[in-house]
Design a protein around this ligand. Structure first.
Ligand code: PAF
Length: 294
């Protein structure tokens, strides 16, 4: 595994892989890697000849009152996991490499960034889109992998790739969960044992709605009610919404196309998000864009 810290070294390492005729897969991360990231890397390995992983805690996607300064990190563990998973190139840029002084150009995502998290984290998706566009330009991957847990992030990135004709395909990998259903997240480490128990109400709500959907329920408010009934454990619910899974526009009557129920809530001082896809006919993996091309 080559570990590189700047764009010049990265380009040399990726060029060598490309000259071997390998398809380049890319997994961008903010580190503190867990099994969810491992599953993105495994998907990447299975579909691409070479895998590039980046670790960069991107300051521009954090609001002033958010957890940038305390974001968990364990670079040593991350490096050994990447080594174990046979990653070809690990890119560890510094903040100065990503945002040199006088940096002033940003990507402004449109409508798709407005609902859900967009309402509660102003500027978040502008920061995500900007850093992902920069990383795409640096790595120049053929295929990039993102987790379904960040559903709105995947929608923003897919839209950006299409709108800006970026030559990369996007694959979305299903959310990995703990044995009891809690979605894996680097932020789970903040939860106390009591909060960890209460956090489970988020996935339980989503599973209740999914069960009703599988049993034939298509009424949007009834499905949302199923999810909400279980949300007793959270301290502050930001949203629990049923949306079109592609456009993220609210579905208010019937679920007549692939939809998602998306939740964001604070448990203690930890903000958690999760979602479930409700697909009336298509396979979820079709929607998720495994193999979708731009
Ligand atoms: O999902 C994440 O970890 C981040 O938002 C990403 C895509 C690495 C951009 O900083």
């Amino acid at each position: 595994m080559r570990v590189v810290h700047n764009v010049a070294e990265l380009r040399i390492a990726v060029k060598a892989l490309r000259e071997e005729g390998l398809r380049i897969g890319f997994v961008p991360t903010m580190g503190f890697l867990h099994e969810g990231h491992a599953s993105l890397i495994r998907q990447c390995k299975s579909r691409c000849g070479a895998t590039v992983v980046s670790i960069f805690v991107n300051p521009t996607q954090f609001g002033p009152a958010e957890d940038l300064s305390s974001y968990p990190s364990d670079l040593e563990a991350d490096q050994s996991l990447c080594l174990k998973l046979d990653v070809n190139v690990l890119f560890l840029p510094t903040a100065a490499e990503m945002y040199p002084s006088n940096f002033q150009t940003f990507i402004e995502p449109g409508q798709v960034a407005e609902p859900l998290c967009g309402k509660f984290r102003p500027g978040h998706f502008r920061g995500v889109a900007t850093v992902v566009a920069k990383l795409f330009n640096m790595v120049q991957p053929d295929l990039a992998f993102f987790g379904q847990k960040d559903l709105q992030q995947t929608a923003v990135i897919k839209r950006m790739v299409k709108d800006l004709n970026l030559p990369v395909d996007i694959a979305v990998v299903p959310t990995l969960r703990e044995h009891d259903g809690l979605a894996l997240s680097s932020r789970n480490v903040y939860l106390s044992p009591d909060e960890r128990k209460r956090a489970l109400s988020i996935s339980l709500g989503l599973f209740a709605a999914e069960t009703a959907f599988k049993a034939g329920e298509r009424n949007a408010s009834d499905l949302l009610a199923r999810a909400n009934e279980c949300l007793w454990g959270v301290d502050q619910l930001q949203y629990c919404e049923l949306v079109d899974a592609q456009s993220l526009e609210p579905l208010v009557h019937q679920v007549d196309r692939t939809a998602a129920i998306c939740v964001a809530a604070f448990v203690g001082s930890t903000r958690l998000i999760d979602n479930i896809i409700l697909s009336p006919n298509a396979e979820a993996s079709g929607l998720l864009g495994l193999g979708a091309s731009t």
